[in-house]
Design a protein. Sequence first.
Lengths: 134, 427
Amino acid sequence: MAREYFPVLLLLGFVVMNAVLIIGVSALTIRKRPTPVKRAAYESGIPAIGDARERFSVAFYMIAMLFIIFDIETVFMIPWAAAFRQLSCSAELVGGMCPAGSTSFFGLGEMLIFMAILVVGFVYVWKKGALRWD
Amino acid sequence: MIPVHALLQVVDRQAPITGYTTYIVFSIIKLIIVFTIYMLSAALLTLAERKISAWIQGRHGPNRVGGRGGWLQPAADGVKNFMKEETEPGNASHPLFSIAPALSFVPAMLVWCVIPFGSPLPTPWGRVDLVVADLPVGFLFILAIASLGVYGIVLAGWASNNKYSFLGGLRSSAQMVSYEVALGMSTIPIILLAGNVTMSEIIRQQSHSMWNVLNLTTAFVVFFVAALAENNRVPFDLPEAESELIAGYHTEYSAMKFSLFFIAEYANMVTAGALMATLFLGGWDIPFTGWDNAAPYTVLKTILTLGCFLTKTGFFVFVFIWIRWTLPRFRYDQLMSLGWRVMLPVALGYIAVLATTLLVLQAIGIHPGPVHSFILLMENICILLLLFVMVDEGRIVSPAYGRAQQARIVRLRARSASRAVTEGAGK
């Protein structure tokens, strides 16, 4: 049913309105008196040298890429977990329970194969040193 | 136009609300009340944090504004932040600099809407479920919205054009995405047990059998640590490590924009506490009794379950604050190493172990109940003991100085020595 989603939209509107209101009202109440020193970047009292947006460690990119892979794996696991009871039962569920003697290892086996592939990738990444941070 | 007659219809107090208008009206009421409570609790938490830290360190804490308790301190801070001058670096990118606090604030205030906070309330217009939106995909919604919070932080760091902010933003993004993997995976066992991703179903499953903190202790431990890291709390507060990065991503922020980051941080903390209470401590379920879960629903039940939920959430929030003023901070490489090399394999392995156990228990005919929970609990204790011995490496159980194996110490020394040499050669 779509009606459960409606309060979320309401709340989104309400929260965005609040954020805009807070920033807007504070823009009215505060008085800005900028001086060159105030407008400088704060770097512990030492005049800033150069721009902050420089090159940075490639490890951050690596983490971001690994995150995408593993997070998608997680998302794939959620439907499997939700359907696990039915997947591990060869007959129809009776009141949420599997009738005796009809246990099926299909669901578990499938996920173990999926996890094995994932683990192979994980071990490769580990051995390559992508997870080492120094 | 408000259709008054729809609100005046007398219906069964125990039946769910069917009318669309009534539903919307109640949604708006719940939304405004809970939003207000959230903002208030975020404000009061800033006071609680200072009071508890003072208590832990044997100081007084705020005691000037509003009597000895300093109860009006948050209000004074709020007013101050509205009146203070706001500075902005000249070379910052203005649009992003202004929008980043809002981007951090909005997801923080949006997440809680799927968390149920009490048993249904009977009203003359029908039964009101005490949750703003009981989405069928409740759990996925939380994961999705909570991860949006990282945008605000990264943009704040980048837009400030300050080296401290920039480093803080980068660190924060890498940390949050790393622990999000472990966080997501540690929740799969809950779904395995509940067979559903709706929050109210997860609570119902726990109230009928046993709380997940006993069934799935390993998942709880992983979730708790990952939640600390997701909220940038000590010992994982690397993004705003004062001694290294001043204030991290919000170094350049002042006045109300800083306040928005602050509110978002505390709101996230409350959400994390509420989430842990819901997923692992049975949400609003009162322990040792099935009385609160059965119809008919009464106002008394609602008040008691609400109190129960607030107690559990408050407990976790207190633990968060307690940890902050007790533990030192991790080093960044230790943080990443813990996230990827310990938390992720543990969470992944636990999914496989739990699924196998559930299947075996089903095959030998043990259905969810006391015996089922007991077996799971025993399994968890074994896993946790094993995990503790592996992670601890003889540091807590035996004193740090002597009992690490001599060969291991030699190996570690050799490794660090060779690393120092290669680093020097690289320059």
